[in-house]
Each structure stands twice: as C-alpha cells, then as structure tokens.
Design a protein around this ligand. Structure first.
Ligand code: FMN
Length: 168
C-alpha cells in the first residue's frame, strides 16, 4: 500500500483521467488510485494521506458515485488524517455553481476531525459564484477540462509539489 490514497468519482471519465495524471505526478509507488464506486470504508480508512477527486454535477452537486459513498464518511474517524480535494467543474457553462462539489467534501472532512490541506488561489479562473472559493482561495485544486484543459498539467504539477510537503 502506498502512502497516499486517491479516491475518485467520475461520470464521463474526466476526473478519472486527471486522477491518473495526479497519481503519475506523485509516482505510482507513492499514490494508489481507487474508484470510489468500488471502494469500501476499510480501504479508505487505511490511508492517513488522502485525496478525494470529484466532479460537480446537477447544479453544484457531488458526482453520483461520490454522492452514494458520502454517508459512509460519517462512520470514519478522520482525526490525524490529512485530506486534499481535487474538484472538476466547468466555469463557462456553470459560472454560478463552479466546482461547488469541493466544499461539500472539505466541510464534511473538517466536521469529522480531519485536516484539509491543499488550498489554491482562484487566480486564472473566470466564474461568477463558487461555494468552494473563500477569500480568494479554493479549498483544494479546481480543474476545468471543459474550458481550460491546457492548464491542467501545470496546475497538477504545482499542487503535487505543495502536497508533498503537506503530506509529510
Ligand atoms: C449535466 C451537467 C451538470 C454539470 N453541473 C456542473 C456544476 O454545477 N458546476 C460545475 O462546475 N460543473 C458542472 N458540470 C461540469 C462537469 O463537472 C465537468 O464536465 C467534469 O469534467 C465532468 O467530470 P467527470 O467526467 O469526471 O464526471 C456539469 C456537467 C454536466 C454535463
């Protein structure tokens, strides 16, 4: 088992593909990749360094597989666990709900005693409202494969560098 567990939920494959990039950026020996649709509570609980990767659906909702798993989080003690959230969204078509799924996970983790790591600046994105943004920061990393896919690799590279220290 690697030191970091990445747990993704993906409906059309974008979050899965970006999570694979994330895993490769850490190195496959350092990070395991799990589809949240096939994950049990015990598997997730084994990791102290976690990345939750989720896309935003509906109007600011969690992706379906993450929505199904969500009630299980309440049974996990997050004390001593560090959790970073990567959220996919589409700022052009959903500028009023941009990447809102992120905050659903970060608030839940914080409520359950976990430490949320990996906030990033909102600079470089263009949207009207996002519940995931506060004081010029997103609570984690936002990726937009629909309108800014050219920025994805660089965003991941920078985030992974910062998470390496946060997860130490
Ligand atoms: C029906 C529908 C609803 C969506 N709702 C939102 C939304 O509320 N906020 C947002 O930022 N993106 C929204 N998106 C964009 C998706 O989050 C984005 O396309 C994402 O890359 C999908 O990732 P996935 O294939 O891993 O599920 C929506 C997309 C669709 C098709």
């Amino acid at each position: 088992m690697a030191n970091i567990g990445i747990f993704y939920g993906s409906s059309t494959g974008n979050t899965r593909d970006v999570s694979e990039k994330l895993q490769n950026a850490f190195g496959v020996d350092n990070a395991d990749l799990h589809n949240i649709a096939d994950t049990d509570i015990e598997t997730l609980t084994r990791y102290n360094n976690l990345i939750f990767a989720v896309s935003t659906w509906g109007a600011g909702d969690l992706q379906d597989d993450w929505e199904d798993f969500f009630p299980n989080l309440d049974t996990i003690d997050f004390t001593g666990k560090k959790v970073a959230v990567m959220c996919l969204g589409d700022q052009e078509n959903y500028p009023d709900f941009f990447a809102d799924a992120m905050v659903i996970l970060t608030e839940k983790v914080a409520e359950l005693g976990g430490t949320v790591v990996g906030e990033t600046s909102i600079d470089g994105y263009s949207f009207d409202v996002s519940k995931s943004a506060r004081n010029g920061k997103f609570a984690g990393l936002v990726i937009d494969e629909d309108s800014q896919s050219d920025k994805t690799d660089q965003r991941i590279g920078k985030w992974v560098e910062r998470l390496r220290s946060a997860f130490k």
